[in-house]
Ligand binder design. Structure first.
Ligand SMILES: [Cu+2]
Length: 262
């Protein structure tokens, strides 16, 4: 049996100092983590709520990380082996029911709360799109995407994706060969392109500009090159672009006045 009494018990003062350090380090950590630029610009209506959720995760995670590391460092410092203690043995301890109950219940509540938040958010942003929502077929293949949009004249295929701003769009994602993953980081959402089935998500582009389209699933040697662009345009420019693409493909486009082959 050994005697650790020369270390003394952990006093209330110890706890207060430790707690104060955890609080200060957590505040600094949260400020630092929130200041980091984690994501590209917000290009869709779902980006702000997703980024807010990320911030919540950061705010909850940092204090947990800090507390765990602080307790670890405190224990290493406080109960380190000192000269002359090489042959001593620790006191025989058989668990602590109280501690075990606490460290089971608290994480359960935290995880349950965060997953509930995430589930509600996902259900909310993926509510069924309104009838008449523009549908874009996204086809993944080794190693390029192609996009099929419904123009007034019929389907128009393109290597780049074009979308009108502030109009809801639903992506039907498919694959010709292996599993890919359709991701526009500026839009935030992504979904696997799985051979044999159609996966979907919907959102509304809210920012004009050209953004990266990325394959986010390792799909072969050319995976890293499977990058294209999406250009979000005004409604007028979008209509002109679609007409241009249809014309280039040899498909006559029905103009607004009913003319064909404009
Ligand atoms: Cu791919």
């Amino acid at each position: 049996m050994t005697d650790q009494s020369h270390r003394g018990a952990v006093t209330a003062k110890n706890w207060i100092v430790l707690l104060a350090m955890i609080v200060v380090a957590s505040v600094i950590g949260i400020i630092f983590m929130l200041a980091l630029n984690w994501f590209p610009e917000q290009g869709s209506d779902v980006a702000p709520p997703i980024d807010t959720f990320w911030d919540v995760l950061v705010i909850v995670s940092v204090p947990i990380f800090v507390a765990v590391v602080a307790m670890m460092l405190f224990s290493i410092w406080r109960w380190r082996q000192r000269p002359g203690e090489e042959d001593l043995d620790g006191p025989p301890i058989h668990g602590s029911t109280k501690l075990e109950v606490i460290w089971t219940i608290v994480p359960t509540i935290v995880i349950a709360a965060l997953t509930t938040y995430a589930a509600i958010l996902l259900i909310d942003i993926q509510a069924a799109p309104a009838k008449g929502t523009r549908v874009v077929n996204v086809n993944g293949g080794q190693f390029a995407w192609d996009f099929e949009t419904q123009a007034p004249s019929g389907p128009v295929k393109s290597e780049r994706l074009y979308l009108p701003i502030n109009e809801p769009v639903k992506f039907n994602v498919r694959s010709k060969d292996v599993i890919h993953d359709f991701w526009v980081p500026a839009f935030r959402l992504k979904v696997d392109a799985v051979p044999g089935i159609t996966t979907t998500y919907n959102l509304t582009p809210t920012k004009l500009g050209t953004f990266d389209v990325v394959c986010a699933e390792l799909c072969g040697l050319g995976h890293a090159y499977m990058r294209q662009t999406v250009t979000v345009m005004t409604a007028e420019r979008y209509a002109a672009k679609m007409a241009g693409l249809a014309k280039a493909a040899g498909t006559p486009v029905a103009a607004a006045g009913g003319g064909v082959g404009k």
